[in-house]
Design a protein around this ligand. Sequence first.
Ligand code: GUN
Length: 279
Amino acid sequence: MAQLIDGKRISKEIKDELKVQTARLKEQGIQGCLAVIQVGEDPASSVYVRNKKRACEYIGIASLSYELPEETTETELLQLIEKLNADEKVTGILVQLPVPDQIDENKIIQAIAPSKDVDGFHPQNTGALVSGLPGFVSCTPAGVIQLLKRTDISITGKNCVVIGRSNIVGKPMAILMLRENATVTVAHSKTTNLKDLCKNADILIAAVGRPKMIDASYVKEGAVVIDVGIHRDAQNNLCGDVDFDSVFPIAQAITPVPGGVGPMTIAMLMNNCVEALMR
Ligand code: GUN
């Protein structure tokens, strides 16, 4: 039976640490404000945005909310970002993704001032990560590292397989694991021997985007399994990329969905917001 990696507890621990920091900064007259922009009314995005604003309130930084209509043009969104870039009171800017089709996501990411890019998506920040320079790190992969470290799971020298190569999760995840001295393999939809590769992993990180795809046949006995996916199954229950019931009996440790990686993304966003303040 596996150890459950409790993302809810660890995220609260991190947010409580950040709360102390923001209180100290406030005493020095330093206050933060996160601007959160949502275009359209995607229900999942609305939940994430609400949780992000709640977390701001919890740790003691202000948040500004921009709920723009679905038909917002790229120019309008770029103008808002320009305004927020120039506003000294705004210390962090976040555009909830995905944005509607008429808006070029890359243009939006590149328009946000790198010093306010608390999502860590701007090429200046992703480039800094690859080069080992200071910068904002994408929240979900940063959260996975914290989960491992705060559960005393050692990373150095371990075989790590990351399934998924997105700019937001897979790629930065691989770089972060490399930075922690793991031997890293990045697998994706064109990988031919996926099962064999995964079976070799001491730490398996699933960011595939397919519900319950990773069952026990992909997992080495005693492996650590991190599930980045979040989906609704046929019964409308939340589930991950990992078939939890199948993998739980053979893993050394595993993250549940919900309550694993999800809460960590927000904790690390808050961490980036406080970092933006301290710069
Ligand atoms: N959509 C899904 N994940 C994220 C995230 O981490 N940040 C933003 N801005 N949008 C997302």
